[in-house]
Every structure is written in C-alpha cells, then in structure tokens.
Design a protein around this ligand. Structure first.
Ligand SMILES: [Zn+2]
Length: 293
C-alpha cells in the first residue's frame, strides 16, 4: 500500500482519499448503530464494565474524548433516527451531534429532528451559535485559550502594574486600555484608487518580512530600557513617511509594526507629542493595514 500511494498521481490521490472518507463516514454511522444496540441490550454489564463509557474505553479501546463524542452522538440517533443518515452522508459531524445532544438535554421541549436540520452542513462555531440562540438559557460565550510559557512570562512582567490581578484580569485590563485608545483615535481612511493609495509591492513586502524576521520593528520602553518590541502577531506594514508627504512604497520607507506600536505611533502624532523614533527614523503618522500571515 505504501508503494502504491507514493506512485499515485495527485488527482488520483485526492480522489481515492475522498472515497475513503466517504467510507469512513458510513462506518461511523454503522458504529453508532452498533453502540446503540449494545447499550439497549446492556451488554456492557456482561463485559464487566459499569457503563457504556467504560465499555467504549476498556473494551473497544477508544480514548475518553472519542468515547464522549460517540456516546453523545449515539444518544441523539436514538431520539432522532435520521441523524444516522445525516452522518453517513457527511451532512453532520460527530461533534455536531454531540452539541445537539447537550442542547436537547438542556431543552427537553425542543424538536430534535428540526434542530438537526438547522445544524446540518454548519461549522462547529455556527452550530454553537444556532443552538445558543435556540436555547431557553443560552450559555455565555467562552473561548478557552492555552497560554504558552512565553506569554505567561510576559504577563508576569506586568504583575507589578496590576497588583492583585490574575492573568485573565491583566489581559482584560490591557484590552480595555486598547479599546479606549481605539475609541479616542479615528483612523484615517484612504479611498481605494485615490492618488494617495499606498501600494506595497510583493517584493517590498518579502524584503521587509525578511528584514524584520517576522517581529515588530517598533521600539518600546524608555531610556536604558529601550528595546525592540517583541510582538510577532497582528503585524502591519507601515509607511514611515506618508505617501502624501512624499514617502514611497520602497523597503526604506516601510516598517513592520504590531498593532500596539502602530497605535502608539498614531497616538503620539495625534497628541502632538514629539515624534518617536522607530528603527532610527522619525515616524510620521500614516499606516497601511495589510495582513501579514
Ligand atoms: Zn510592536
């Protein structure tokens, strides 16, 4: 098989892969049906396991996460039999069914079949949104993020400024600060196609990205603590001297700034504070927002 796959043409590879995924979906639907039957016969007891959950992990070898999804999905197929067909046709995923099961458990009066139709073909996020809107008691939105050591260290450095605050409170305070700045500063809009439209060529962008090595080129801190900003996200191409003031789109006149540095530059200009120096150059107010991957 290994040899066969390596020899396959690209189009054939994808064609066969799609076919296999189709088979996988059919198999998933079948497995749900088998699980339901094992559950109905309470066969898990005969296998020395106290629950379907333990049966799936100990006897079938599924992980806990895999088991949770399948058992929730299985419960939906019991209430809404057509869910099996939807899984088979790749119209709904196991996690979609799991979300539906949670919803139906919390909203016993809801119509399972109708709700299933609403979430078919929807992404996980869309599904959560739809179910949240339909729910009698919509759960508050939540985004769980794992902060890596690198970010935690940065937050630690801010502890002195936010005494008694935990990481979440510090982050929220920083976001609030940024939102206040944003509300105070009205961004300059440049009409598309106007003579002031700033074009940055692909080559310039590539050269700039190489020079900046994917890191903000802003300078932060005062006096002896002045150092290059460490931000690597939300980077924007920025014109050091505005096009309208004779600046061009060449690399010499460009810098990579994170949104915070860009905002600071903008604020300093708006507040008529002495121009800050970034990368050894006097910064003037103007920037072009171009997404950097
Ligand atoms: Zn920065």
């Amino acid at each position: 098989m290994e040899k066969e796959i390596k020899k396959m043409h690209d189009s054939e590879l994808v064609k066969v892969l799609k076919m296999k995924v189709g088979e996988e979906k059919k198999l998933v639907a079948e497995i749900l049906r088998y699980l339901e039957e094992v559950n109905r016969r309470r066969l898990f007891v005969e296998y020395g396991t106290p629950s379907m959950f333990k049966f799936c992990t100990r006897i079938l070898g599924y992980s806990e996460a895999e088991t949770a999804l399948r058992i929730k999905a299985m419960r939906v197929t019991k209430i809404v039999p057509k869910a099996l067909e939807k899984v088979k046709n790749n119209e709904v995923t196991l996690s979609g069914l799991a979300s539906l099961q949670t919803f139906l458990a919390q909203n016993p009066a809801a119509n399972g079949a109708q709700t299933l139709d609403l979430i078919c073909g929807k992404s996980a996020r869309e599904t959560e949104k739809i179910l949240g809107e339909l729910s009698d008691n919509p759960p508050p939105r939540q985004l769980k993020v794992n902060l890596p050591e690198r970010v935690l260290k940065k937050l630690e450095k801010l502890q002195d400024d936010f005494i008694g605050c935990n990481e979440l409170e510090i982050l929220e305070a920083l976001i609030d600060e940024r939102l206040r700045e944003k509300a105070a500063a009205k961004p300059v809009r440049v009409e598309r196609g106007s003579k002031f439209q700033r074009h940055v060529s692909r080559t310039s962008k590539q050269m700039l990205l190489a020079r900046a090595q994917g890191q903000c080129e802003g300078i932060v801190g005062e006096g002896a603590k002045r150092q290059r900003c460490e931000a690597r996200v939300h980077l924007q191409f920025d014109h050091i001297r505005p096009i309208a003031a004779g600046g061009g789109g060449s690399v010499d006149n460009l810098q990579l700034l994170c949104s915070a540095c860009n905002q600071r530059k903008l604020m300093s200009k708006l507040n008529q504070v002495n121009s800050q120096t970034f990368y050894g150059k006097v910064i003037e107010f103007e920037s072009s927002r171009i997404g950097v991957p």
